[in-house]
Design a protein around this ligand. Sequence first.
Ligand code: GLP
Length: 245
Amino acid sequence: MRIYKAKDYNDMSRKAANIISSQITLKPNCVLGLATGSTPIGTYEHLVEWYKQGDLDFSEVTTVNLDEYKGLPRDNDQSYYYFMNEHLFSKVNIDKNKTFLPDGTEADSDVACKKYNEIIHATGGVDLQLLGLGHNGHIGFNEPSDTFEKETHCITLSERTIQANMRFFPSEKDVPRQAYTMGIQTILSAGKILILVSGEEKADIVKTAFFGPVTPQVPASILQFHKDVILVADEAALSQCSDII
Ligand code: GLP
């Protein structure tokens, strides 16, 4: 795992956008695995800015997102489809037909997951997977568990995740209790993984996930086994790791 220490959130975002932009420049028809949450917002802002300056071309890029809330339609402003449209897709020259997320409106979980697995397989594989890190070590919506789930599955969100995500909703009861998420094996199949972490409140989980034992109770810990992972984290997020790195 390569670790890039960033000064702060903006520095982290710029470093991450540089890596994604290199990927697009080197392979214009690449497949990007994308993430939501507050962490990658600054990264998307940089990519949009560079696109507007004429330095980036998304026309041949395909994207597959990590996850989507079950039950939220695309036009719900808390759906991850809405988020991606708001922060990236509507602001760059990407072909919307090449942007994919699990279908949150599909009530049958087996159907939703099967369809999404087929979509991911049809892309030929993810070149670069962007990830954020949940407070409990989740990646996508792969929550702490006794086993690593391989492919897309329906997950019941943990209480910790509901609490963390309620800041985006009018109240706790509005937070969906379930989501569809890419599985761990799919995430690990990506050629390269870029994980972003910012802020002191993630300092403990950064240390546990990347320097502790590999266990499904800390899903991100499995990234220690991937051959090409870049962790871009700011000083606050790395503050518990100063004796290690
Ligand atoms: C959410 C998302 C994850 C994200 C994580 C951290 O629940 N499903 O993909 O990485 O939580 O979010 P944030 O970046 O807002 O801390």
